[in-house]
Design a binder for this molecule. Structure first.
Ligand code: BG6
Length: 478
């Protein structure tokens, strides 16, 4: 369904995010017929350039970063026609009048702040001053939303001076991932799982977001952040919320975000022996983290494993194990809900015992798998085996339907539609920082270094111990 015509202003329009994600996402939605030629895309940045040069930059970005097949490159010129460019000084006066003249007051206006949070205040103030911050205006802000509770509160305060919460879209691109949304469909669209979705039946939950890549060229940013700020405070906690939350009364922004917030508030503070942090080393072929960020003494973590507890009626006693890291064995992200053993086995000891595991695979090979126990086929007596009921989306839906839009495509269209369900509310972000801050502070004040782990491994052995000592084990990263 096409969205209403809109003016979409990308502030930081020549930057990395715009080129890699935002512009290709818009082009793909354009090809899909959802984002029509009546809309306009206005690139804005400090760089002096004209519309023609911006169209060239965009064409190059799309050629380099647009992965999806089914996108007709023959339509690129039509898309480029929708593009405009304004040179603008976020902290000064240059360009603001020109921008105000260009955007149409009666239309939906989206201002995508694809710049560091240090500029959010200046931008918000000027959008207001130059008359663009009317009711039809929405702003999109990227993570990191602050670097701790204090700075996040300050950002929320600054934005709230000029915008209502209903106009602020805080992006966490994990919420736009197809399987992440499917998690809600599976939980709340089926009768099968929800009655079992509690500590009485669930032994534990594992959430893994493993990356094969290292920090690449983002060392400057990353060395000041680390995995806790970069991945845990946002993506991992959002996944945990969706798994643990109570059924919202409705699939709407208020109800969903209220329930997520309750989960974050129910999280126990993390005890030091329930957390492991690591940092990757190089191998002959690839440099180690410290070399990459050119900081020999860096204590920034590139891996974190946490055992978390959601202290509420539903989850008391069921641990949530989270782990994320860079330069691990494979790129593999999944959530595994591991059910308890059946209370009594009617079979002989040597039949074996198996557990049901529901695995939600985020990437790659998006899909959902339920491990069930059956009899091993053949005349060998009653021996039990585990087989997967497997819904790999590409197989079930066919390759065309499983060619999912990138998270950014979905989320940007939601902004134009005015749907905040998949965006983080201000209080949610603050509550997440309130949980991660104490951990980060302990690390900052301690002399302990992160544990070195080998490139291509599953992370430090201590992370394995985090589960072994509870008689459990991580699923293999594959
Ligand atoms: C970003 C982080 O938010 O998410 C990156 O800043 C990380 O460090 C990325 O690599 C992972 O996203 P995805 O979609 O590739 O899993």
């Amino acid at each position: 369904i096409p969205v209403e015509p809109a003016d979409l202003v990308i502030i930081g329009g020549t930057g990395d995010l715009a080129r890699r994600k935002i512009l290709p996402a818009l082009f793909r939605r354009f090809c899909a017929g959802q984002f029509g030629t009546e809309s306009r895309v206005i690139g804005v940045s400090r760089t002096e350039m004209d519309g023609k040069e911006y169209r060239k930059l965009t064409a190059e970005a799309i050629a380099e970063f647009s992965e999806h097949e089914g996108c007709d490159m023959g339509r690129l010129d039509d898309f480029l026609e929708m593009l405009h460019y304004v040179t603008l000084d976020a902290k000064g006066t240059t360009g603001w009048k020109a921008l105000a003249k260009l955007v149409k007051s009666e239309r939906i206006k989206v201002f995508y702040f694809s710049v560091g949070p240090g500029l959010f205040g200046d931008l918000a103030e000027r959008l207001h001053k130059y008359g663009m911050a009317d009711e039809q205006c929405r702003i999109v802000v990227e993570k990191p939303f602050g670097r701790d509770l204090k700075s996040a509160k300050e950002l929320n305060r600054v934005l709230a001076q000029h915008f209502d919460e209903t106009q602020i879209y805080r992006i966490d691109h994990y919420l736009g991932k197809e399987t992440v949304q499917n998690l809600m469909a599976v939980r709340f669209g089926n009768m099968l799982f929800e009655p079992l979705w509690n500590s009485q039946y669930v032994d534990h939950i594992q959430i893994t977001v493993a990356e094969e890549v290292g920090v690449g060229t983002r060392g400057g940013y990353y060395d000041r952040s680390g995995a806790m700020r970069d991945m845990v405070q946002n993506h991992m906690m959002q996944l945990l919320c969706l798994i643990a939350m109570e059924p919202p009364a409705k699939f709407d922004p208020h109800a969903v975000r209220d329930e997520k917030l309750k989960v974050i508030r129910a999280l126990d503070p993390v005890k030091p022996d329930n957390i492991v942090r690591g940092q990757y080393e190089g191998n002959g072929k690839r440099p180690g983290y410290r070399n990459q960020v050119e900081n020999r003494d860096s204590t920034t973590e590139t891996f974190v494993a946490i055992k978390a507890h959601v202290s509420n009626w539903r989850w008391a006693g069921t641990p949530f194990y989270l782990r994320t890291g860079k330069r691990l064995k494979e790129r593999a992200s999944e959530i595994a809900v591991v059910f308890k053993d059946a209370p009594h086995s009617i079979f002989d000891e040597d039949a074996g015992r198996h557990r049901n595991i529901l695995t939600i695979k985020l990437q790659p090979n998006e899909g959902i798998e339920l491990g069930v126990t059956i009899k091993e086929p053949g005349p060998g007596g009653m021996r039990l085996v585990d087989v997967p009921l497997d819904m790999t989306f590409a197989e079930v839906l066919g390759p065309d339907d499983a060619d999912f839009p990138d998270a950014y495509e979905r989320l940007i269209m939601d902004v134009i539609r005015g749907n905040q369900t998949l965006f983080m509310r201000g209080d949610e972000v603050e509550a997440a920082w309130a949980w991660t801050d104490p951990v980060i502070e302990v690390w900052r004040d301690s002399r302990e270094l992160p544990i070195a782990y080998a490139t291509g491994s599953s992370g430090p052995d201590d992370a394995l111990m985090l589960m072994h000592r509870d008689g459990r084990r991580w699923r293999e990263i594959k």
